[in-house]
Design a binder for this molecule. Structure first.
Ligand SMILES: *[C@@H]1O[C@H](CO)[C@@H](O)[C@H](O)[C@H]1NC(C)=O
Length: 281
């Protein structure tokens, strides 16, 4: 009697499975080959690549004390010029470890990565995360008050030779409620150049002449709209890309103006908010 009940149950299970499979095939095998799935697959690897690119300074990192000087340019959006954000030694070290890694910079257009000298002409190098580099990551997070669920994108240096530049753009291409590039540090590692300033056409010129040490005033301005921060070795321009409600600040549109002589080497530090993400280390 118990045996019979059990064999009936198994037959039912098998029948239900076969009927389900037939229905599944008849309605077009959802989850395998619909166009919707193709779309999701196109997005997911990108999201995954993004998360794999996020880092956090390791625990027990020993960093020597480093003094820098913050000059607040505006508070809404928050824009600061930070003198000595990196020391001379740190700047030189970052340039040294980039030496063998330079590759042509690219831009993204409709999800496609390609080279376009009219938009962006520079070379970039992925930076290995030794302790000195992680201490810089740590400094970048500490200046922002160690925000929660917030990480550093793997660091890249950028080299701009004569005519190297980056046309006006925002740093917040793919933003959502759960993930976005909250802030940017544009750090100058080498600034033996003319030109190459970081221009914000929508920021107003300040009245206080003390800013002329950090931005291009009067004679140097040559009609460029807005404010142009001067590349100075070790200094950084910092800005927030989003307000508290998650709306992008239109004032943060900026460009790397063409280098007219010499070489500029910069370091991008992008801080990324990723809800629910936990760092590996
Ligand atoms: C930029 O200048 C460096 C020398 O400072 C040179 O080695 C490099 O090839 C130049 N890059 C390009 C793209 O011309």
């Amino acid at each position: 009697m118990p045996q019979e009940t059990s064999s009936i149950r198994w037959r039912t299970v098998v029948e239900v499975a076969i009927i389900s499979l037939v229905i599944y095939i008849l309605i077009g095998t959802p989850g395998i080959s619909t166009s919707q799935t193709t779309q999701t697959e196109a997005v997911n690897p990108k999201a995954r690549a993004k998360v794999e690119n996020l880092v956090y300074p390791r625990e027990n990192l020993q960093c020597t004390h480093h003094g820098h000087q913050i000059h607040i340019f505006t508070t809404n959006p928050l824009v600061m010029y930070i003198e000595d954000f990196v020391s001379e030694d740190e700047a030189d070290h970052l340039v040294d470890i980039s030496a063998n890694n330079w590759q042509v910079s690219t831009v993204f257009n409709k999800g496609q990565e390609h080279r376009d000298d009219s938009i962006r002409k520079s070379e970039k190098a992925l930076v290995d995360r030794d302790d000195m580099v992680q201490c810089i990551e740590q400094r970048a997070l500490s200046i922002q008050g160690w925000p929660q669920e917030t990480f550093i994108e793997r660091l890249w240096t950028q080299r701009y030779n004569v005519s190297g530049h980056y046309a006006h753009h925002y740093d917040w291409a793919t933003a959502s409620k759960h993930s976005r590039r909250v802030s940017t540090f544009m750090v100058y590692l080498r600034a033996e150049c003319t030109g190459g300033g970081t221009n914000f056409p929508r920021l107003p010129m300040p009245h206080d002449e003390k800013w002329c040490a950090y931005i291009e005033c009067a004679a140097e301005r040559d009609g460029t709209p807005g404010v142009t921060f001067k590349p100075r070795k070790g200094a950084a321009v910092y800005w927030e890309n989003f307000d508290a409600s998650g709306r992008g600040y239109k004032e943060t549109i900026h460009a790397g103006l063409p280098v007219t002589s010499g070489v500029k080497i910069g370091l991008n530090i992008w801080t990324w908010f990723q809800a629910g993400h936990v760092a590996d280390e």
